[in-house]
Design a protein around this ligand. Sequence first.
Ligand SMILES: [Zn+2]
Length: 154
Amino acid sequence: MVAQATAPAHPIASSLWHEPNDLTFIDADDRTNIVHYSAPSQSRPGDANIVALDILSGSTFCNCKASECGKGCWHQELVQAAWDGHPARILAARYSDAQLHASGKKASHMCAWARHRRFRVLPADALALVAARGEYKRRYRVAPDAAHAAHVAA
Ligand SMILES: [Zn+2]
């Protein structure tokens, strides 16, 4: 996959003709805190564009033709909204602080356990962990790993 970072969205958004539900969730990577979505390619029929969202920084990447040419694309404009509508993201947003902590801790443990055992990390665990990290960042304005490191250092 060729990914390219892009500038902020153009003022005249191509997203006028699209909505977040036009993007299909693919997966969440707990090691990079990136979620991936896809959409059918208009320029390459039968192929799909892959758009990525870093849920901690808000950075987006896309491999579509418009993005490769340095133009904004609707995929990147709408991927945050698509993620905001994902059930795992909505659930994490509704957790109490204690529930959020417990959910993130459990998902983190399950991901680490699977890797230690050389098992495949369950997609649901990776998704729950990424959602919990994103919600933690939203609530406390700090990345969970940075907060953990500060707590350990104190
Ligand atoms: Zn794109």
